[in-house]
Design a protein around this ligand. Structure first.
Ligand code: KG4
Ligand code: ZN
Length: 359
């Protein structure tokens, strides 16, 4: 049974600007944003806010799904009140509500999606269910002109994938991790070294003062000709060094680990660039890195160098839009709204949802 008749549809006059509320709740950030945009210009961010649950999860060295879901439920009403206040608009001025509907920790996703559905029913607005990965995939476009098609390295806590982004709703998966994601590996290494959570930014800080050649670490899958990743063995190799050495220089180990991840990215992206050229025949070569791991400056610099060498133009979102945020969900929602598409009220939250089929 479809409940579509309860909801307004996106206006057919999508040449006008639309105001979109975005809700992100798939992991440990409760984040909202209100943006205004149209087909022609970069969006205007009217307001954004976020509650980071890091403190609640830190004692466990990882995100605890039950704690995350409860915290989203507790915080969203306050964040909603605050964001309307900051944007100085009434909820009835919003044209549609976009919420992360997949993939993610299901309790949190359900909370955000149900709040969005509630607002849509109460105020007769279209609902736009957004794939969180699409939020990351489009995130560089929030502040820069990044025309389609582009090659995308999506490296976050939950995913590590290489995709060709042809358009909204048109993604081709050309490589993926066969075990852990890169962000997960950063977090686990930080946990092994007992240096804090989330691991990525902390490992990056330690690595700044370390020697990346101090420890021999593997570059898994780097001799294979499909651009997949594997980080589980790398993580185990780090653990072996910790177990077998009485004293560990944490800076050196972090630097060696970060260099191994970066080398894997460079090796796999070199392969992916050729695939991108063959598949798209594009004149303009563009490469994007997005997701939490894109906040890593060492990794970005190396990817940028690779792009220079291969004549790809390099893009990354600004730091605050690399990790989870509400603006990227509002922006992806805006793109769907401008194309006249929305979701039915019975849209189901999903823990897993790929972006693009594997070729
Ligand atoms: O995109 P994101 O906020 O959440 C998911 O969608 O998963 O990514 C979070 C991940 C975490 O694993 C975190 O350790 C990693 O991104 N991360 C980083 C850095 N900042 C965040 N990894 C490496 N270097 C960083 N500076
Ligand atoms: Zn994310």
């Amino acid at each position: 049974m479809a409940y579509n008749h309860f909801l307004a549809q996106p206006s057919s006059n999508s040449n006008n600007s639309a105001i979109i509320l975005g809700i992100e709740s798939s992991c440990d950030e409760t984040a909202l944003a209100i943006i205004r945009g149209n087909h022609y210009q970069r969006p205007t961010i009217l307001a954004e806010n976020m509650f980071s649950q890091i403190k609640a999860h830190a004692p466990y060295g990882g995100v605890v799904p039950e704690i995350a879901a409860r915290a989203h439920a507790e915080k969203i009403p306050y964040l909603l009140e605050d964001i309307l206040d900051k944007a100085q608009i009434n909820i009835s001025d919003i044209h549609a509500v976009a919420a992360t509907s997949e993939p993610g920790l299901i309790g949190g996703v359900l909370v955000g999606l149900m709040v969005a559905k509630g607002i849509c029913v109460a105020h007769n607005k279209p609902l736009i269910a957004v794939n969180h990965l699409e939020g990351h995939a489009l995130s560089p476009q929030i502040t820069q002109d990044v025309p389609f098609p582009y090659l995308l390295l999506l490296a976050s806590g939950g995913h590590c994938q290489i995709l060709i982004v042809y358009d909204i709703n048109n993604y081709e998966l050309i490589g993926t991790t066969i075990d852990d994601s890169a962000g997960e590996a950063f977090d686990k290494v930080a946990k092994m070294l007992d240096i804090g959570f989330p691991g990525g930014p902390i490992v990056e800080q330690y690595a700044q003062y370390g020697d990346e050649n101090a420890f021999m670490l593997p570059r898994p899958l780097c001799k294979t000709n499909v651009p997949n990743f594997s980080f589980s063995g790398l993580k185990t190799a780090v653990l072996r060094h910790i177990e077998t050495n009485q004293y560990i220089n944490k800076n050196d180990l972090c630097a060696s680990f970060q260099a191994a991840i970066s080398d894997c990215f460079i090796n796999r992206m070199t392969l992916a660039m050729q695939i991108f050229k063959d598949k798209t025949q594009a004149n303009q070569l563009r490469c994007v890195v997005a997701g939490g791991v894109a906040a890593n400056q060492y990794i970005c610099q190396n990817l940028q160098l690779l792009c220079q060498k291969k004549q790809f133009k390099f893009f990354a979102p600004p730091l605050q839009y690399c990790t989870d945020n509400g603006v990227m969900i509002a922006y992806a929602g805006l793109q769907h709204f401008l194309r006249g598409s929305s979701s039915t009220l019975d849209y189901k939250a999903k823990a897993r949802a790929p972006l693009g089929e594997k070729t």
